[in-house]
Ligand binder design. Structure first.
Ligand code: NAG
Ligand code: NAG
Ligand code: NAG
Ligand code: NAG
Length: 446
């Protein structure tokens, strides 16, 4: 155990690993916020970021819990650091009051502010990055008032390359859902039992973790190494969340592909440790309303950070409503139950099938308000989905009645369905998700 000047503690947890825990509670629950990348990519300015921040307030997203406003790549002067101080220089055209000025304005709205760098020699878009300059950059970020760092994985120099790569999750039937990184046939797959915390990848990400912890400021550390080096096994030692995949794109096939990968990783998430399925694309590309609902429902259910990635001044009201869904946000931010929802039945496929287009359809998770139960339709046409209470793990606890009955709330409308017996059968549109909160046991009127 050790403490820094801000009272940052590293506490031992189960399995002889350690989890990073900020004393002020930062990182205990998955983050909520907005980030510039999915909306604007490199085309950012202070105006665009401040428009988003103001919209987060005026649309009621701040009241719903969204509190981080994060600047992604391309915020700096591209061709070099300050010749005297060595610091990264904020682009004076995009950010005329600097990142410090931007941070002051965002803090003035009662929100927090995030910045972006990479554990390499350049960021993904080719801007100055932080490898071997972690101490200087972390101190600079702290001096600007930064509260959150997204740390990418581009431009890793040759002397930092590992002999092993990462686990290609290509055969979960053989290795089981909680495999330990030994799957895949690639020559770069490590030997069985390989300890990833001895890897250079771990070291690259630890250097920034140490640098952030040395600052007199809480800075949430969001690792973004795309699931490489079995990061889910060690990310919690260094930071609050870690990206599990490559980038998301605003199309259903990609949302479905990521959900399929995440469905095998729920064992790694809990309080203080969050699998990151990448930022939200609601409002972008050609995601339909049904697909937007499913994208949000599952990102909330698996307790990924929920980072909005669209131009909020142009977002349709019904999509704002998805982002503000009170039942899903309550599950995501539950302070008593840290575990995410997990699939309990694949539906179209046999259980534990790895299939990007037909991921697990039936999911459940416990919360202080009851069980969240989701039923996804992965097919191209409308189809019936049936939730059977007896099949939901942990739901039916020695109930006397032969046919269990529960108070049920429909999550999209908030409608109370009353005392429902046995289960719920419903027609679900293509790529939509039926979503319920299954509450207290009840006795149906006879
Ligand atoms: C990892 O998985 C392999 C294959 O299932 C198994 O032989 C090995 O004991 C496991 N190692 C650890 C450290 O759990
Ligand atoms: C992995 O390596 C680290 C660093 O050498 C060590 O502290 C840790 O105990 C090792 N873990 C296992 C399971 O062997
Ligand atoms: C750390 O920050 C706190 C709050 O901003 C301040 O009161 C304190 O003086 C700082 N400590 C050091 C060592 O700079
Ligand atoms: C959305 O885009 C994808 C790929 O870009 C395409 O395959 C799909 O048909 C589009 N869907 C709609 C509803 O336009």
């Amino acid at each position: 155990m050790r403490a820094s000047s801000t009272g940052v503690l590293l506490l031992g947890t189960a399995l002889c690993t350690q989890a990073l825990e900020y004393k002020d509670g930062t990182g205990r629950l998955p983050a909520l916020g907005w980030n510039s990348w999915n909306a604007f990519y490199c085309d950012i300015t202070e105006d665009k970021i401040m428009t988003a921040a103001k919209q987060v307030v005026s649309l009621g997203l701040k009241d719903a819990g969204y509190n981080y406003i994060n600047v992604d790549d391309c915020w700096a002067v591209k061709d070099g650091r300050d010749k005297v101080t060595g610091k990264i220089i904020p682009d004076p055209v995009k950010f005329p009051t600097g990142i410090r000025g931007l941070a002051d304005k965002i803090h003035g709205l009662g929100l927090k502010v995030g910045i972006y760098s990479s554990a390499g020699t350049k960021t993904c878009a080719g801007y100055p990055a932080s490898l071997d300059k972690e101490g200087l950059d972390a101190a600079t970020f702290a001096s600007w008032g930064i509260d959150y760092l997204k740390y990418d994985n581009c431009y890793v120099p040759d002397n930092w390359q590992d002999p092993y790569d990462f686990c290609v999750p290509d055969d979960y039937r053989a290795y089981g859902p909680y495999h330990n990184g030994t799957c895949g046939q690639s020559a770069r797959t490590p030997p069985s039992g390989y300890n990833w915390t001895t890897s250079l990848e771990y070291k690259r990400y630890k250097q920034m973790s140490d640098a952030l912890l040395a600052q007199n400021r809480t800075i949430l550390y969001s690792l973004c190494n795309w699931g490489h080096a079995a990061v889910e096994e060690w990310g919690h030692q260094l930071g609050s969340s870690w990206r599990m995949t490559g980038d998301i794109s605003p199309q259903w096939w990609r949302v479905s592909e990521i959900l399929n990968q995440m469905s095998f990783k729920s064992a790694y998430a809990d309080f203080w440790e969050h699998n990151d399925a990448d930022m939200l694309h609601i409002g972008n590309g050609n995601l339909t309303m049904e697909e937007s609902r499913s994208h949000f429902a599952f990102w909330a259910a698996i307790k990924s950070p929920l980072i909005i990635g669209t131009a909020l001044d142009r977002l349709a009201a019904e999509k704002v409503a998805i982002l503000k869904n009170a039942h899903l946000l309550a599950f995501h931010q539950d302070n008593e139950f840290g575990k995410p929802a997990q699939p309990y039945k694949w539906g179209v496929n046999a259980d534990w099938t790895f299939d990007a287009d037909r991921p697990a359809e039936y999911w459940s998770g416990e919360s202080k308000n009851g069980f969240l139960v989701l039923a996804l339709n992965t097919l191209q046409q409308k189809s019936q989905r049936t939730i059977v209470f007896q099949e939901v793990p942990g739901l039916v606890k020695g109930q006397k009645a032969e046919v269990p009955a529960f108070e049920v709330t429909e999550i999209w409308t908030g409608k109370k369905l009353g005392c429902v017996q046995k289960g719920i059968s419903v027609q679900v549109a293509s790529h939509d998700t039926a979503a319920y909160l299954v509450g207290k046991e009840c006795s149906p009127a006879t």
